[in-house]
Write a protein that binds this ligand. Structure first.
Ligand code: URA
Length: 240
């Protein structure tokens, strides 16, 4: 059980004031909409990805398959694939965007500065990193930490789908535009998707959208909204 003092400490670590501000919230920049530019090279990558055999249906087989994946060009620059981390029976699945440099070096998602903030966000609603599952839309680091391209997302999509089918979480917490837009097949802004309970695919798993921790590090004024999103996610989880 988490004490109020612990919760305050986690919230302080997130640099969230635990009382309501009287002044109006400062306006934050929203994350930009997804690019619709898909070139012929990307299209060819999608076609070749779709021609590949179906992904493994068991956890270890899936992990092994991802570790040697060459479905898109991201395999050329990576140090290693980043499958995911946490409890494969978790009630809550966090989905981020893509590994960065530290994740690529360690083979684990969200281990850099964003990861530290994500851990604190989870603790603030009483969840330890090891008790949830954390995965990304793509399993390899895009060079220079650019957004993953549509073809790369398409090439990797079956892996995450299969992870979700095996974990069967009660709720998916999608952090950031890339995760939210790709999971929901939407081009809405994160700011417009927040505060709603969506359903993911045919499984109709509840899905809640929030800001990416990296965005929160750049825009600390958005942390209050992220805290509201976490409370909403907790409420949805508690209702299951
Ligand atoms: N950002 C993400 O979206 N995922 C990671 O694993 C690390 C940073």
């Amino acid at each position: 059980m988490q004490t109020d003092q612990q919760r305050r400490q986690y919230l302080q670590a997130m640099v969230i004031q635990t009382w309501l501000l009287r002044r109006p919230e400062s306006r934050c920049l929203e994350e930009a909409p997804i690019s619709e530019n898909v070139d012929i090279h990307q299209a060819n990558q999608v076609v070749s990805a779709l021609e590949q055999p179906v992904v493994a249906t068991d956890w270890h087989g899936l992990q092994a398959e991802v570790s040697v994946c060459r479905r898109c060009d991201l395999c050329q620059q990576r140090n290693q694939t980043v499958f995911g981390v946490g409890n494969p029976d978790a009630d809550l699945l966090v989905v981020g965007e893509a590994p960065g440099a530290e994740e690529d070096a360690q083979g684990e998602p969200f281990v850099g500065a964003s990861g530290k903030l994500l851990n604190q966000m989870l603790l603030a609603i009483g969840l330890k990193r090891e008790n949830v599952y954390i995965a990304n839309i793509v399993k390899c680091r895009p060079t220079d930490d650019r957004d993953p391209r549509a073809a790369e997302v398409a090439a990797c999509e079956h892996y995450l789908k299969q992870q979700i089918a095996l974990i069967q979480p009660k709720i998916i917490f999608a952090v950031g535009r890339i995760a939210a837009q790709n999971l929901l097949k939407s081009d809405q802004k994160v700011g417009d998707m927040r505060g709603q309970k969506f359903e993911y695919g045919d499984s109709r798993i509840s899905l809640v959208v929030s800001y990416h921790p990296a965005y929160l590090l750049r825009m600390p004024s958005a942390k209050r909204k992220a805290w509201q999103d976490l409370l909403f996610a907790r409420q949805v989880l508690n209702s299951k």
